[in-house]
Design a protein around this ligand. Structure first.
Ligand code: GLN
Length: 538
């Protein structure tokens, strides 16, 4: 039996309290003490994975190395811990039921009535322990999506109840709750927390530690009350006050001794003091910028910033390496189509990023943004659909291919410069069928890509169905847009750039998924450097 410890993180009172950030922060502290940690998210909805969810509802879909389309919290896990996650790190109710139903059809339960308890809960427990059983981790942190009391999360809480019983000292439950402040009474209120813990107790789970999300410091009497009503010691009431940046939260948790309490509950002696020197350097640079740039992010879902979470965080990471604050100017692509004055819109930016996306809406606005960047020497970075728009723009306005397009937008285009990949033509299902996950890419020397990465072979993550149609590659190259990266096996073109432009780079992959606090992404760094130089020339 492996001696991996299991830490469960549940949420009470309301959603959006930041369970992902608390889980990630705890992982940072445990890692800084020399332990190996992975974090997993269990999502109570029925979709098999978030790949088919509307970004307006759930924010970005994060893609792992092994090509899993996952919840955006996995992005936080990777950014904070610098540890890769995988398909096993995100499990939905849909996936759990799918496995159980497949086994039932296969005849594995012959004779049994298949039920939520034990069959669904066994499958949930199996999926929690898959990570622990690899013997790779001292700790598996499992975050349960949703809020305690929801119908949907009942089987997950029941599974925790059973596991706590089975694992004894090897399991601990952290409940994250909200302490509202009633300004009329001038008081912080613990009642919602008491109710939330009661709901957990009804389901048979006693939290060991309560983390209180709050806008005001919680005083001793609040701690006492929670301790009294929720059956925990006062030192296990942890304050999580609103922070100016999510990257402060690990330090706040350190101050509140969350990691020490977790280790105590698990009957472990802290082996070494946490070494957070790298984290502190990052924070120092983040909080003391010497310069500032503004980047236009042109996208389709800009009303919900979470739809571009990894890009925003990658900007922050890259900015700190240059001690530069990166401000984002959100631009709705459709807005650019409405005869607006582009020079005015882009007057105060030093770089334009055209974002990934799907479907026709906003596409012409994105192409206008590319054109502006190309013709006005504004640093340009196109990611996935953003790169495809750069190719379409160049075909139309430089090569003179009228109505050139991606076949995603116009299947009848006379110039399908972005075409459907061969393997995609037979695909009928939408879910999990794109080109997904990490693929190698060879980089040409003497390109912007090479100066960013400083190497010839890289690997980046993908999520798309369409690709640069290489029958046009020569025409592009003859006219000034080169392919700077390609897949060594399939020869698919993965990156384009315009050498005569100060910085014009489009990539078919998603570099933003690999940017972390410890390893800011080289392409984001080079883009920010170009924006800083642009600022110097204005
Ligand atoms: N819609 C495009 C494709 O499927 C781009 C996808 C993306 O930007 N992630 O190829």
């Amino acid at each position: 039996m492996s001696d991996t410890r299991y830490i469960f993180v549940t949420g009470g009172v309301t959603s959006s309290l930041g369970k992902g950030i608390i889980s990630s922060s705890l992982a940072v502290l445990l890692k800084a003490r020399g332990y190996s940690v992975t974090i997993q998210k269990l999502d109570p909805y029925i979709n098999i994975d978030p790949g088919t969810l509307n970004p307006y509802e759930h924010g970005e879909c994060y893609v792992t190395e092994d090509g899993a389309e996952t919840d955006l919290d996995l992005g936080h896990y990777e950014r904070f811990t610098n540890v890769h996650t995988s398909q096993a790190n995100n499990v939905t109710t849909g996936r759990v039921y799918q496995s159980v139903i497949n086994q039932e059809r296969h005849g594995d339960y012959l004779g049994d009535t298949v039920q939520v308890i034990p069959h669904i809960t066994d499958e949930i427990k199996r999926r929690i322990q898959i990570l622990g059983n690899t013997d790779k981790y001292d700790f598996v942190i499992t975050e349960i999506g949703g809020t305690v009391g929801d119908i949907e999360s009942l089987p997950f809480i029941e599974s925790i109840r059973q596991l706590k019983w089975e694992l004894g000292n090897r399991a601990v439950v952290i409940h994250l709750t909200y302490i509202p402040y009633l300004s009329a009474a001038g008081e912080l209120k613990t009642k919602p927390t008491q109710h939330s813990v009661k709901a957990m107790l009804q389901q048979g789970v006693q939290p060991d530690i309560i983390v209180c999300r709050t806008e005001h410091p919680i005083n001793q009497s609040v701690r006492k009350k929670i301790s009294l009503f929720c059956n925990i010691t006062e030192d296990c009431v942890i304050e999580s006050i609103d922070a100016s940046t999510i990257y402060d939260v690990p330090l706040n948790m350190l101050k509140e001794r969350l990691d020490v309490q977790v280790l105590n509950k698990l009957k472990m002696e802290p082996e070494q003091e946490p070494d957070l020197s790298k984290w502190n350097t990052f924070l120092h640079r983040l909080k003391n910028p010497q310069t500032e740039v503004q980047i236009a992010l042109v996208g389709k879902y800009v009303e919900l910033h979470d739809a571009y979470k990894s890009i925003c965080e990658a900007f922050i990471h890259a900015g700190t390496t240059q001690q530069c604050k990166v401000k984002v100017k959100w631009i709705k692509a459709e807005y650019l189509e409405e005869n607006c004055n582009l020079a005015e819109v882009f007057a105060d930016v030093q770089g334009i990023l055209v974002a990934p996306g799907f479907g026709q809406r906003g596409i012409e606005g994105k192409i206008l943004a590319v054109r502006y960047a190309r013709t006005h020497n504004v640093p340009f970075f196109g990611i996935c659909l953003g790169m495809q728009c750069a190719v379409v723009e160049f075909a139309r306005n430089v090569l003179g291919f009228a109505d050139a397009n991606s076949v995603e937008m116009n299947p009848q285009t006379p110039y399908p410069v972005i075409d459907m990949m061969e393997q995609q033509k037979k695909v009928v299902n939408m879910g999990g069928t794109m080109r997904l996950g990490a693929y190698p890419c060879d980089i040409k020397r003497e390109t912007k890509l090479f100066s960013a990465y400083q190497k010839e072979n890289i690997s980046e993550r993908h999520r798309h169905r369409y690709e640069f149609n290489d029958t046009y590659a020569q025409a592009f190259e003859d006219n000034g847009m080169i392919a700077s990266g390609s897949n060594p096996d399939t020869k698919l073109i993965e990156a384009v750039e315009i050498p005569s432009h100060p910085y014009f780079v489009g990539v078919q992959f998603h570099p933003e998924y690999k940017s972390t606090v410890e390893e800011p992404h080289p392409l984001f760094i080079s883009f920010i450097q170009a924006a800083i130089s642009k600022k110097a020339t204005i």
